[in-house]
Design a protein. Structure first.
Length: 232
C-alpha cells in the first residue's frame, strides 16, 4: 500500500480562512474559504499565500516539458478528475501519488471557484507555457479569474496606483512590480466587474530562458469555452 499523500496545506503559511493582510482593493487570506472575499465590492484581488509540499515541486520540476499537460475543459467540479486524467495519460505525465496530489489540489480549487462565482460549470485551463504568452500588461475581460502556477515563475501584477502607467508604458514600465509566488492562489476581478475595475497583470516572460511554466487558470463559462464535458 502506498504511503498517505502529503496534506495539500501542510506547508501553507496560515491555515485559517480569515484575512491576514488587507489594503485598498487587495487582500491576502489563509485558506480556500478566504477566496470568497473577492465578492466584496471593494476587493479586486484576493491572494491565498500558500505553499504546496516540496515533493510535488521537485517532481514537477523533474518532468520533461513534453510531459506537462496543455488542456482545456468545461466541467462540473465533480467531473474534473475524470475529465483530465485521460489527457494527462495522453501527454505522458506519470501516474502515481504526485500526480494524484496535483489533481486533488486542482480539483479543490475548481470546486472553490465554482462556489465563489456561483457557477455550476468551470472553464479549466491547465497550460504548458514556454513562450511569452500574454506578455502585455492588461486587465482580463472577465468578471473574475483564478490563477495558480504549479511550475515556473508566477503571474506578475501591479498595484492599482501604478496600473495606468503600466498599461501605457508596457515593456518600458520600470515601476514597482509584484509577482505571485509558486503555488500561491489569486482570484482577480476583471474589467467586466465594472468600469475601471480589475487588476493589471501579465504573464512573466520566459521565452529563451529554458523555463516551462504549468499554469492553472479558472473562469466562468463564456462564448470561447469548449463544449461541456462529457461531449455528446
Amino acid at each position: 500500500m502506498s504511503a498517505p499523500l502529503p496534506s495539500l496545506e501542510s506547508e501553507a503559511s496560515g491555515q485559517g480562512a480569515s484575512a491576514a493582510k488587507t489594503e485598498t482593493g487587495i487582500e491576502t487570506c489563509g485558506g480556500l474559504a478566504g477566496l470568497a472575499a473577492i465578492n466584496r465590492p471593494d476587493r479586486d484581488l484576493v491572494i491565498w499565500a500558500r505553499a504546496l509540499p516540496l515533493c510535488l515541486t521537485a517532481w514537477l520540476e523533474g518532468l520533461e516539458a513534453s510531459c506537462l499537460p496543455d488542456l482545456r475543459v468545461l466541467v462540473r467540479p465533480g467531473d474534473f478528475r475524470a475529465a483530465v486524467e485521460p489527457q494527462l495519460d495522453g501527454c505522458g505525465m506519470p501516474a502515481g501519488d504526485m500526480r494524484d496530489l496535483m489533481i486533488g489540489d486542482a480539483a479543490a480549487l475548481v470546486a472553490a471557484f465554482s462556489q465563489v462565482t456561483g457557477s455550476d460549470l468551470v472553464d479549466v485551463r491547465l497550460e504548458r507555457v514556454s513562450h511569452d504568452a500574454c506578455w502585455k500588461f492588461h486587465r482580463d475581460s472577465v468578471e473574475a479569474r483564478l490563477v495558480t502556477t504549479y511550475r515556473g515563475p508566477g503571474t506578475e501584477w501591479v498595484r492599482p496606483g501604478q496600473a495606468e502607467q503600466a498599461l501605457r508604458e508596457q515593456k518600458q514600465f520600470k515601476g514597482p512590480l509584484e509577482q505571485l509566488r509558486l503555488h500561491e492562489v489569486a482570484v482577480f476581478k476583471g474589467s467586466r466587474a465594472g468600469t475601471g475595475r480589475g487588476i493589471v497583470h501579465r504573464s512573466p516572460p520566459v521565452a529563451g530562458t529554458g523555463q516551462t511554466r504549468l499554469l492553472l487558470c479558472l473562469n466562468r463559462p463564456s462564448h470561447v469555452s469548449p463544449e461541456p464535458w462529457p461531449q455528446a
